[in-house]
Design a protein around this ligand. Structure first.
Ligand code: NAP
Ligand code: MG
Length: 493
């Protein structure tokens, strides 16, 4: 059998995807592609375009024309909101198929992607309603002048997305950017493009004009670098790792455009000894196993008051032992990691920590029948973890919870803040005064008291302190990030 015939036999159902530029699907200019692998079994089931400079140029040109002369920025805010509302309805009408596609593409369990797609629809619903609620100020001046402010779109927004929640990330960047009248070029992570491409098609069906939303797929160092350095963009929204965040911010600086950076975290749960442990258990566990720990807000450090260590270890240990990881389409608690690289990285961090003497309190199991080629990692509860151990300090991006003891309130705050990151945190206590004091002293962009998460959090401003990044997305604040104030001064005598 020829090599070509053999590859046809091996990949009978592989579906080819192209870029989405100016309202049309277009393969990469030089025809190159990247294989798409299902993390549950390591099998190739699709291809995407491997874009280069020419493809990024075409996408930015389409967005530039759509902004400079097209209908979208000139559409009233109310009508823009109507298009976003239609998009929300279309997403809900395709909720099951989008959730299935996302589960297969990134390995998340279906229950979780179904919830992500529901949140995505809520993003479009929220910004549909918000689009025409952004007003300006009238500024007092000496007699004879009237000054007022209006919010203007920035222009062409480049969105560089990570692989861990492509549908939610699409909602977070695209819906507020479009609500303000910007046009958009997205570069999703090469491991997570399929739902993003389908959503771009749906946006056209909802009534978005050609060129207002474009998607170029490919590698970060090729398509991502070309997009972030492109002279015809006006703003970059980046979510991903601190290392790539540095490169993107350098590109933005050279180009004199603004940038929001949403980077990683090492978010703490501070569990005081008077907390309701039974109520905290499922919420804390979920915060580290959802998407197998591959979320920027993973609650990866469990800080426990020393007097409660034994009770908490026993309770959480029993729960962790009951958890199972398995393929995205099987009823399990969590799915595989995204790819072979992450699988190797998380396993290596775990074996180093265990080799250094960090105790394993409990671990879950891999479901029977899971493919040996899938990227599965058992959920792990480690502790007590020495404060300086790497596993307690570095972002793992896997289902690994580190338990660290603290003595009293001030020790808890010092420990919670002893990290370069500051994305999210939770305080667990029945003492409202103590919980409030702690919430004010923890340096993090979002602090929950007796909880973690609030639905999708679409309404809540979100972003990092310290090395977790800068800028705010979500809520009404996102509309400010994706727009600029124009001041008009009328000299009427
Ligand atoms: P990543 O490697 O930084 O990639 C993020 C995006 O940047 C991807 O689209 C990637 O493309 C692209 N990229 C890579 N190199 C680039 C370059 N030189 N120039 C421009 N773009 C480039 O991060 P990831 O692996 O996707 O995600 C994991 C990290 O993101 C974790 O640290 C996590 O905490 C963080 N994260 C943060 C948040 C948040 O909201 N704060 C949310 C999710 C994830 P390719 O992947 O195609 O190469
Ligand atoms: Mg994949």
């Amino acid at each position: 059998m020829s090599a070509q015939a053999a590859s046809k036999v091996e990949k009978p159902t592989v579906k080819d995807h192209a870029n989405f530029i100016d309202g049309k699907m277009r393969p990469a200019a030089d025809g190159r592609t990247i294989d798409v692998v299902c993390p549950s079994d390591g099998q190739v089931f699709a291809t995407i375009a491997r874009s280069g400079q020419a493809d990024v140029d075409a996408a930015v040109r389409a967005a530039r024309v759509a902004f400079d002369t097209g209908a979208w920025p000139r559409t009233s805010a109310t009508d823009r909101g109507r298009v976003l509302a239609r998009m929300s309805e279309l997403i809900l009408s395709e909720r099951e198929s989008l959730a299935r596609l996302e589960a297969k593409d990134v390995g998340k369990i279906y229950r979780s992607t179904f919830s992500d797609v529901t949140v995505l629809a809520r993003y479009f619903e929220f910004y549909a309603g918000a689009a025409d609620k952004i007003g300006g100020d009238v500024i007092p001046l000496p007699t004879g002048f009237t000054a007022f402010t209006i919010r203007e779109p920035l222009g062409v927004v480049a969105g560089i997305l990570p692989w861990n929640s492509p549908t939610q990330m699409f909602g977070r960047v695209v819906s507020p950017a479009l609500a303000m009248g910007n046009t958009v070029v997205l570069k999703p992570a090469e491991d997570a493009c399929l739902t993003v491409l389908r959503l771009a098609e749906l946006a056209m069906e909802a009534g978005l004009p050609d060129g207002a939303l474009n998607v170029v797929t490919g590698y970060g160092h090729e398509a991502g670098a070309a997009l972030s350095a492109h002279p015809a963009i006006d703003f970059i929204s980046f979510t991903g790792s601190p290392e790539v965040g540095t490169l993107v911010q350098q590109a933005a600086a050279a180009n004199h455009v603004g940038v929001t950076l949403e980077l990683g975290g090492k978010s703490p749960h501070i569990l005081f000894d008077d907390a309701d442990f039974a109520a905290a258990l499922p919420i804390i566990t979920n915060s580290i196993i959802v998407n197998s720990g591959q979320t920027c807000v993973a609650g990866s450090r469990l800080l426990v008051q020393a007097s409660a260590i034994d009770r908490v270890s026993e309770l959480f240990g029993a729960h962790f032992q009951s958890l199972s990881t398995g393929p995205h389409d099987v009823e399990c608690d969590l799915g595989p990691l995204i790819n072979a690289k992450q699988h190797k990285r998380v396993n290596s961090m775990l074996s180093t920590a265990i080799g250094e003497g960090v105790p394993v309190i409990a671990e879950g199991r891999i479901a029977d029948g899971s493919s040996p080629a899938g990227y599965f990692v058992r959920p792990m509860l480690l502790g007590p973890v020495p404060r300086q151990n790497t596993i307690a300090r570095k972002e793992v991006f896997g289902p690994v919870l580190s338990l660290l003891p603290f003595t009293d309130e001030s020790d808890a705050i010092a420990l919670a803040n002893d990290t370069p990151f500051g994305l999210a945190a939770a305080v667990w206590s029945r003492d409202v005064g103590r919980a409030m004091r702690a919430s004010r002293q923890v340096r993090a962009g979002q602090v929950y008291i007796n909880g973690y998460g609030a639905g999708g959090g679409v309404e809540l401003p979100f972003g990092g302190f310290k090395k977790s990044g800068h800028g705010r997305e979500k809520g009404m604040e996102a509309l400010h990030e994706f727009s600029a104030t124009k001041t008009v001064i009328l000299n009427h005598g």
